[in-house]
Design a protein around this ligand. Structure first.
Ligand SMILES: O=C(O)CC[C@@H](O)C(=O)O
Ligand SMILES: [Zn+2]
Length: 465
């Protein structure tokens, strides 16, 4: 695609639309927008623009569409697949000024929220009304709900409550042509033609820019119980996962952590936690609800399963502080791994009973290619975050051989019935692996959809496929 540069006259049109205080163009002022949380990739846009209304987004889109200027939509920049990087320069549209919770509708258990609201801020606002919005990725304290929509985010509670897909009812979207539409209806059911709302979710800013989100809310569970089970092997821990569901329990979280990940959290975050010798893997298991007898019975069932899968020890968190500490270990793991080592992160997902084969395969591939990995993630969803660590690998192997190792990891994932990303998206860094799973037919369908929404291909070019 041949894009045009932003001329002086286009720049002055941009300033007319949003005002000059909402336009950044010096390298210094754009530094924060030149990267996200994906490894060490840096791409500067030519200009960062911060509109405040859907009408302004519409005018910006029209301007870029008419002049063939690429647009990169941007949330909080916490993405892990390079989806918000301005790989073609051009205009970055930052949604940070869309930061209002517009309405919490307690009659219908719904809320209308702008995309630049921090996920945790939204969760807290609905919690005040006794309600739950359960989609809480590890970065909930800094990510935007709009970015969560774009990436189809999940987090630890997906196993019981589902991804953001289950919570978005309707979206206001600005299309690259400048048209503004509502994608569906504020209803719990939708059988009225192709579902554009669902198509937008996970489209990684390639089809339109979301300017309002209507979400479903649910009543808050009042009770929870948390346990941390330790195992002497990854395989035992992973094998116990599907057995917990077979025993009739759906935990509200079921997370896997390798020992090395916890060691790095302790080192990086100063968390005090006793790691016993011989323990290699952990399952963090939470159940929630409103009936203490049911929660107690669920914990008993889980305990029985854990015993039969060679669990070495189960720590029940007694107090809110202890629960918070255990969750902090899990939630800070991504940041700790990142600050400890150069890494490359994969987001493999398989049907959950295939987890033991996946983790064993990843380690076996690593030993053949000479890389180590730290794995953790949402075991209840069959979703493992595989952090491949550079330490111990030569620059040459890292640059030349690693790609083959990652290809093998994805081939294994696909052979186990899985796919490339469970919740981080494809963005820039995973797109070359897409043919390992998807055929020309899939690519043709995607390209056809893209052309209908974005005939000039200006919106987030170079992402997904
Ligand atoms: O929320 C994030 O930023 C991503 C890290 C996340 O996938 C995790 O499970 O730790
Ligand atoms: Zn995750």
């Amino acid at each position: 695609m041949n894009f045009n540069k932003i001329t002086e006259s286009i720049l002055s049109s941009i300033i007319t639309i949003v005002g000059d205080k909402n336009v950044l163009s010096s390298a210094n002022s754009m530094e924060n927008y030149s990267h996200d949380e994906t490894e060490d990739l840096v791409y500067y846009p030519d200009v960062v623009v911060k509109p405040g209304t859907a009408a302004e987004v519409s005018q910006l889109m029209k301007l870029c569409n008419d002049n063939l200027i690429p647009i990169t939509p941007r949330g909080a920049g916490t993405g892990l697949a390079g989806g918000a990087l301005a790989v073609n320069g051009g205009m970055m549209i930052s949604m940070e000024r869309f930061n209002q919770i517009l309405h919490i509708d307690e009659q219908n258990l719904q809320a209308t929220v702008e995309p630049g609201v921090i996920t945790e801020v939204f969760m807290a606002a609905v919690a005040e009304k006794g309600l739950l919005y359960p989609v809480d990725p590890a970065s909930k304290g800094s990510c935007f709900i709009g970015g969560n929509v774009a990436n189809c985010s999940g987090g630890p509670r997906v196993v019981k409550y589902g991804t953001i897909r289950e919570y978005v009812l309707n979206l206001e979207v600005v299309l690259p042509t400048g048209e503004i539409i509502w994608t569906g209806a504020n209803t719990l059911k939708y059988a009225s033609g192709y579902n554009i709302t669902q198509l937008m979710i996970g489209s990684e800013g390639t089809l339109g820019i979301v300017t309002k989100i209507v979400t479903k809310l649910i009543p808050r569970p009042t009770l929870d119980a948390l346990m941390l089970a330790s195992f002497s092997s990854n395989e035992d821990a992973c094998a116990a996962v599907s057995a917990i569901f077979r025993a009739g329990v759906i935990p509200s979280s079921l997370e896997f952590m390798e020992r090395k990940g916890i060691e790095w959290v302790i080192e990086h975050d100063g968390i005090s936690f006793e790691l016993k010798d011989g323990i290699e893997a952990f399952l963090l298991i939470e159940v929630d609800g409103t009936n203490p007898d049911v929660i107690f019975a669920d914990c008993e069932k889980i305990n029985e399963v854990l015993e039969s899968y060679n669990c070495k020890d189960v720590l029940f968190a007694d107090t809110a502080t202890q629960k918070e500490e255990i969750w902090r270990i899990r939630r800070t793991m991504a940041v700790s791994v990142k600050s400890n080592s150069v890494y490359k992160e994969e987001d493999t997902v398989v049907p959950r009973a295939a987890l033991p084969k996946l983790i064993n395969g990843i380690k076996e591939i690593g030993s053949r290619y000479g890389f180590s990995s730290v794995c953790y993630g949402h075991a209840g969803d069959g979703n493992l975050h595989v952090n491949i660590i550079k330490a111990g690998m030569s620059d040459e192997d890292w640059n030349n051989k690693l790609k083959d190792g990652i290809t093998e990891i994805f081939e294994l994932t696909v052979s186990l019935g899985g796919t490339l990303s469970g919740e981080h998206g494809i963005g820039l860094v995973q797109k070359n692996f897409m043919p390992l799973k998807y055929t020309t037919t899939h690519f043709n369908i995607w390209k056809g959809i893209k052309a209908v929404f974005d005939p000039n291909g200006i919106l987030n070019p170079g992402k997904i496929f």
